[in-house]
Design a protein around this ligand. Sequence first.
Ligand code: NAD
Length: 414
Amino acid sequence: MTEHINLFENVNRQFDEAADILGMAQEVREVLKTPYREVAVALPVRMDDGSLKVFHGYRVQHNGVRGPQKGGIRFHPEVDLDDVRALASLMTWKTAVVNIPFGGAKGGVQCDPSKMSLHELENLTRRYTAKISMVLGPTRDIPAPDVNTNAQTMAWVMDEYGRKAGHAPACVTGKPIELGGSQGREAATGKGVALITREAAGVMGLKLEGARVVLQGFGNVGSYTGKFLDEMGAKIVAVADHAGGVRNPKGLDVKALAAHVKANKGTVAGFPGGEAFPREEVFAQDCDILIPAALGGVLTKETAETVKAKLIVEGANAPTTTVADHIFKERGIVVIPDILANAGGVTVSYFEWVQNLQQFFWEEAEVFEKEEKIMVQAFHDVHDKVVKHGCTYRTAAFVLALERVYKANVMRGW
Ligand code: NAD
């Protein structure tokens, strides 16, 4: 029987494990789990062939007690409201784990960008922004890129939002540098994943130099994670994406792989510097460290049994189901959760917002130095909870986040 996966239920189970440790009352759990606001919009878009197509979009604002709502916008054919709820709540816990002054939100539009022209994507983005603009703004809710959206998408969001509100670069992050984006934002999530991998390997006594790493996904997060881990001395031995996989036990040439992806419609498939393998077998590849950096719900009961790694670092959001999590716990495989591992992106988004509000910009070295400080601190804050409660890194990260959000909520009043 295949496992039923509802990402929102999955996140709330993780929440409950931490809430149990904290002895949190049922009524408080209900408040903290329930999204503050959910917006669903229909988006009619005139397509290039003259037809009119209606797309469905969502923006879920989960919790804003620690600051403005913050979270990405995803364009994907399988986006649904429950997924967006789950991803919004993960943002609440993520911003709390790294202790930056934001809440958690997420947006999604059900569409297949690979089958749309740039012109159609621009029209869709503008329609979506216009229809949710009443709940956006630099002090309310600040979107960012996620799967299949990028700096160009954010430029359209800023422009469309600015039609009514005036020039407000702090209304969105992940913008092009020319429009007020931050140096280092593009690489920030992957940089953070690599830093957290280094810290986790350190406390486990796993030598990063020469460690064998497998990546699922070689988009924004996967490619930069690969780049920085390669620079730290690890060996990227296999990578798979939507179209195929490539492996080389001696280590893939990450720079050449990135160039290949750029030149080949965004896929690693067909890379000549390694042997091809079916993408479904990515989790069973021999390695020390496994980094899922594509979609959610991929480490399931079935795939978890095949994992060979000692350490899993979640570059993607919600890649591990609850059942898989328990399998990893029983098998002694350490999992560093998404809300810690991939928080480098939102951390540098925070820096971008700060720079936009000040209209004063920092150099890349300063951005990376500040990101490293926050990520390393967050890892050790979570590690301390692991030691204190004898729990997994996931539960420890939730304990830390729940304490921070709960305290802020109590001080503000329910
Ligand atoms: P992206 O669109 O740049 O890349 C996605 C990658 O996943 C691509 O390599 C694609 O080929 C691969 N992929 C898609 N479907 C697949 C499938 N069925 N099997 C295998 N691979 C598949 O997206 P991204 O920004 O790199 O985001 C990846 C993950 O990281 C998502 O879960 C996202 O929510 C999360 N994340 C992103 C950021 C960020 O700053 N971009 C921050 C935090 C978390």
